[in-house]
Design a protein around this ligand. Sequence first.
Ligand code: NI
Length: 153
Amino acid sequence: LLIVFSSSRQLLFFASFALFFAFFALRFFNWNDPMEKVTLESKFAAFSEHWSPKIVGELNGQHVKLVKFVGEFVWHHHDHEDEMFLVHRGQFRMELRERHIELNAGDFLIVPRGVEHRPVAESEVEVILFEPAGTLNTGNVTSDRTVAEPTRL
Ligand code: NI
């Protein structure tokens, strides 16, 4: 080493180069690579509570959430957020003041901001939600169903 690095400046140069290389190599083979696939089956299998959305992804200020529910939710609306409901398994009815919309696995519905809605499921349903980060599940209403800070899975 002493032969290769005749001066401490060279050693410093090499050391910093090695450090940078190691850093980028680690970035490249990162175990916490943010680009990781999400398998809905295993995510849905990881929880059993109803009406308690779990965050499983985030993009462009939007959250991707998973929720299981059965029974009736509370009537509510969201002043500033449009909400998307995509059925993964089962079926539910989105009640609007004017009409009801039946949703089956593979169907999705976007409820525009300001529109009052109430999801109702006869039996357990698994739903994927897309909505801006920070969207409260009960919108303008506070109830025992309100989940202020959804957990991440
Ligand atoms: Ni809502």
